[in-house]
Design a protein. Structure first.
Length: 462
């Protein structure tokens, strides 16, 4: 989403470019946040963006570069040439550098990595050695660590000397002589401690640790649960290898939430922002589920064909088919959405299915009575008004009411238990539950509807 300031400044930036007033343009850029400058570059023409980017100081250029979309980054790398691109890449934070190299074509990434300084190459290759969705890809080695045997005063002196190069100094990490993590301390604890005390004496024993091989969602959950701004990352031996900060975790959380929302809508997760996704890719992401659901929906037609005689005999039943389908589908989708979110937040485990069933049965009964009462009244009134008129309007209205109650109850049960079953089978509930619930409810809802109608109207109207 573009900031209003960016939209207002875009014409001014283009005018300064056309007039060649580069000093004024540079001053205007320095007053903007790095993310806003990145938005400007993405809105400018390709050649104009390259000129504007070259006006930025090196450190600021690296920050702006990290906010750009991958395809814009790749274009700028081509424009900057090997030497210019290398300077920008080496100025980037390690985690941002790894993210860039992940997105670039393999030959471009390999060329850049091989051109890095030995230390930068070693650190970059270390991060790139971890799985793509692991905490190791998020971590940065720019942190402050201290020894357990130091005094508080020595630790503070060390922080003053090296802290400006760290990603954060809110938390400092205590290691033993071999580099194993033994504790992490908030800076406030050190500032308030006796300068002559040893670091070991101010340990609190409350340490949260991420494994480098952990999934990135683990970092999201831990930071949210314990309200942390940074977490240490260790390897299999307990050696401190980096930290993960809240800004990186926020990006992951946004990506995961977006992916889940898209999957719940029956869409394979988009790899690029919506406006940058091409027509063919959009069709490829959306078509599979639509085709699969279209085929499954044919079962509804088969179900309706079985009850053709009943529909001809009692026309009012046909009029309420859309209501039955939508009520069941909406109820099931509600239930599945709530359970999927609870699973994502780890508020719920598949083993608790019996508690979920109890809750949804009670909820389904109450919602079913409410919706059934409304449907029964509506059916009775429209029949008395001459729509689908028959000899037993109250009996038909009551049958429709009972069918809606049963339908809503079944939808609540199906919608809540299906995500738990998929999770237990190691399948992604977000990708399958909502579309499956809607389709299954169309078919089973019709079966429930006509079964109730046959049971209650046979011998009366049927």
């Amino acid at each position: 989403m573009r900031a209003p300031t960016v939209q207002l400044l875009l014409p001014e930036i283009e005018d300064l470019l056309q007039q060649g007033q580069y000093a004024d343009l540079r001053r205007a850029l320095l007053e903007l946040h790095e993310a806003d400058v990145a938005d400007l570059l993405e809105d400018l023409a390709h050649d104009e963006a390259a000129v504007v980017f070259r006006l930025l100081p090196r450190d600021r250029a690296a920050e702006v570069f990290a906010h750009l979309e991958p395809e814009v980054q790749e274009g700028l790398i081509d424009d900057l040439g090997a030497e210019g691109a290398l300077r920008i890449v080496e100025s980037m934070d390690l985690d941002d550098r790894a993210a860039l190299l992940d997105e670039l074509p393999a030959e471009v990434a390999t060329r850049l990595v091989s051109s890095l300084s030995p230390e930068n190459r070693r650190q970059t290759q270390l991060i790139l050695g971890y799985p793509s969705e692991s905490v190791g890809r998020l971590m940065t080695p720019d942190y402050v660590r201290i020894k357990r045997s130091w005094t508080v005063q020595r630790a503070l002196d060390h922080i003053r000397r090296y802290g400006r190069d760290a990603e954060t100094v809110n938390w400092v990490y205590v290691v033993d002589d071999e580099g194993r993590l033994v504790d992490d301390l908030h800076i406030r604890k050190l500032l308030l401690a006796d300068p002559a005390a040893t670091i070991e004496s101010v340990f609190d024993g409350q340490i949260l640790v991420l494994q480098a091989t952990d999934d990135q969602e683990v970092a999201v959950r831990l930071m949210a649960r314990y309200d942390r701004t940074a977490l240490p990352v260790v390897d299999s031996r307990g050696m401190l290898v980096g930290i993960v900060t809240h800004d990186d975790v926020i990006d992951v959380a946004e990506e995961e939430a977006t992916e889940d929302f898209q999957k719940q809508g029956g869409v394979v997760a988009l790899e690029r922002p919506y406006m940058q996704t091409g027509l063919l890719e959009m069709v490829r992401k959306r078509a599979p589920w639509l085709v699969a659901l279209f085929i499954c929906q044919n079962l509804s037609l088969v179900t309706l064909s079985f009850f053709e005689e009943q529909l001809d005999a009692v026309v009012i039943l046909a009029l309420f088919v859309p209501l039955i389908i939508s009520t069941g589908g909406n109820t099931g989708t509600q239930a599945s959405s709530l359970v999927i979110r609870a699973l994502a937040l780890q508020e719920l485990h598949p083993k608790q299915w019996h508690r979920v069933l109890h809750k949804e049965v009670l909820t389904g009964v109450v919602l079913g009575l409410l919706m059934g009462l409304m449907a029964g009244l509506a059916a009775t009134v429209v029949q008395l008004m001459g729509v689908g008129q028959n000899d037993a309007p109250v009996r038909v209205g009551f049958a429709i009411s009972v069918a809606v109650i049963a339908n809503v109850l079944w939808a609540a049960v199906l919608g809540s238990l299906l995500p738990l079953a998929l999770q237990r089978l190691k399948l992604d509930p977000a990708a399958m539950s909502a579309p499956m619930v809607a389709t299954l409810m169309d078919v089973t809802g019709l079966l429930i509807y006509f079964s109730v109608a046959l049971l209650m109207l046979t011998g009366v109207l049927l």
